[in-house]
Write a protein that binds this ligand. Sequence first.
Ligand SMILES: [Zn+2]
Length: 125
Amino acid sequence: MAHCDEGYLCQVCGEEVKRIDQSLLYLRYVLGWITVDQLTKQPEAHLHCAPTFAQFILDPDFHCDLPLDPALCKQQLDAEFRQARETLITAGYHRLKYLQKHRRSLSITQYPILNQVVSIDDTPS
Ligand SMILES: [Zn+2]
């Protein structure tokens, strides 16, 4: 990852998190849940190793095969809350996919989605 020569290790499977679009920490960062300082201090995990988050990512490219505690399953949630969460976390994942391709042209403070008035695919003139 950008902040370190070696990628951070996933606390679930122990493997290196090699891509930004696999990173739970960066997902939380682009959603504004953690600050840039916390990126280097909080435990890292693959998105596909974190089923409590992964269940909200609605994308054909994304797969998570880990079992989820039924008590934490999104089916337990109120439908409106569940949809809002799916929309938010899927948007975060799409942002990570975008960053995986374009992060060299962005500084880390530009990673978060913010208010997203402009489409992330628009290049500023
Ligand atoms: Zn993992």
